[in-house]
Ligand binder design. Structure first.
Ligand code: PLP
Length: 390
């Protein structure tokens, strides 16, 4: 007899760990075993687990009102939009429940913009190693064999360029291009930061050709690099930006932020979401933005990032047969490995240290932005033991 199909669609390669509680940077199993969490649910729990302020605003909102849909005004959504407009380049925000939904709207916004601007442009330039989500549009945008095989036909408008190939970019980015979509720091692609001068050059090329610059800050945004958004390091702004992951602090929430010009085609009836901008998500999102933009918070992130990076650099020096280099920005760091990254993730897990693999044989370290100096020291000690065990 055939084995029964698993009750959960088997699309994930899960570890056997089962956590039942979280406290700050720690995840706790049923038997009480504590793990140091340098994954943050893949850059989601920006303020760690069970942050008291987030628990408070969520439970208060849960007692007041869960959902009304976008038929009505939602005070928490308005508050979050005001905060994001105040702290970013954006004039306007649309709320989603995930990063991939933000990618879908970003693509639609680009199309509508060009539809409304006389000469329709279709091509959107994207980059090898990118990750924009798992919707049909988002997998076509990233274009990788791994994500797209078996799911064709794909949306045809994307043209994927090699990461770092300036000649190919210059050749491709002309006045037929509708937009360029890029992560300022590639996450799934292996923690690959786009150098500031490249982002500046890209902004320049977009200005000259009229192409819209769409930044995917789903993983690198919300304080992860030590600025509220990673593009701030380069001193340029996008036309459209996708946000998710960290902004909800663990509650499903995403957003598209845009300039008035880029968003000009998105009039009543052109887009929508039943849950997007739900009160529960938005009270949490507003509190996350409030905390991350508090005086000193991002400076502390940069300071802790320096400590973690320095520790990782010395691990690379100590174990050159295990690690090749450290890369990334802020608390979005990657260890490029010589041994298979899966072995290192497993060895770290055996020492109750949680990390995330990424492409290009990288181990990602994405701790909560609230991680303490002592926890960083503890994480480094555990990583040392893990590397030693290999
Ligand atoms: C995770 C991620 C997405 C997709 O977000 P989901 O919430 O999983 O749909 C898109 N872009 C980037 C850069 C991401 O890291």
């Amino acid at each position: 007899m055939n084995a029964p199909f698993p009750p959960i669609l088997p699309t994930y390669n899960r570890s056997d760990l089962r956590f039942v509680r979280g406290e700050g940077t720690w995840l706790i199993e049923e038997d009480g075993t504590r793990h140091l969490d340098l994954t943050s649910g893949i850059a989601v729990n920006a303020l760690g687990h069970a942050h008291p302020d987030l628990v408070r605003v969520l439970t208060e909102q849960a007692q007041a009102l869960w959902h009304v849909s976008n038929l009505y005004r939602i005070p928490a959504q308005e508050r979050l939009a005001d905060l994001l407009v105040e702290h970013t380049f954006a004039d306007t925000a649309f709320f989603t429940n995930s990063g991939t939904e933000a990618a879908e709207l970003a693509i639609k916004m680009v199309r509508k913009y060009w539809h409304d601007h006389g000469t329709p442009r279709e091509t959107i330039l994207t980059f090898e190693g990118a990750f924009h989500g798992r919707s049909t549009g988002a997998i076509a945008a990233a274009g990788s064999e791994k994500m797209t095989r078996g799911f064709g036909p794909l949306m045809p408008c994307f043209h994927t360029l090699a990461w770092g190939d300036h000649n190919a970019l210059h050749a491709a980015l002309d006045e037929s291009v509708a937009a360029v979509m890029i992560e300022p720091v590639q996450g799934e692609g292996g923690i690959r930061p786009l150098p500031a001068q490249c982002l500046q050059g890209l902004r320049d090329l977009c200005d000259r050709t009229g192409a819209l610059l769409v930044l995917d800050e789903v993983q690198c945004g919300m304080g992860r690099t030590g600025r509220l958004f990673a593009h701030e390091w380069a001193g340029v702004t996008p036309d459209i930006m996708m946000v998710a992951k960290g902004i909800g602090g663990g509650f499903p929430l995403g957003a598209v932020l845009a300039t008035a010009k880029a968003a000009s085609g998105m009039t009543a009836g052109t887009h929508g979401s039943t849950y997007g901008g739900n009160p529960l998500a938005c009270v949490v999102g507003a509190k996350v933005v409030e905390i991350v933009t508090q005086q000193g918070f991002l400076d502390a992130v940069s300071c802790k990032a320096g400590q973690l990076r320095q520790g990782l650099e010395s691990l690379v020096a100590t174990y050159p047969e295990v690690f090749e280099e450290v890369r990334g920005m802020g608390l979005m760091l990657g260890l490029k490995c010589r041994k298979p990254n899966a072995d290192i993730v497993r060895a770290a897990q055996a020492h109750q240290l949680l990390t995330v693999p990424a492409a290009d044989n990288v181990v990602r370290l994405l701790p909560p932005l609230t991680i303490t100096g002592e926890e960083i020291a503890e994480a480094l000690a555990r990583l040392d033991k893990a590397a030693n065990s290999l």
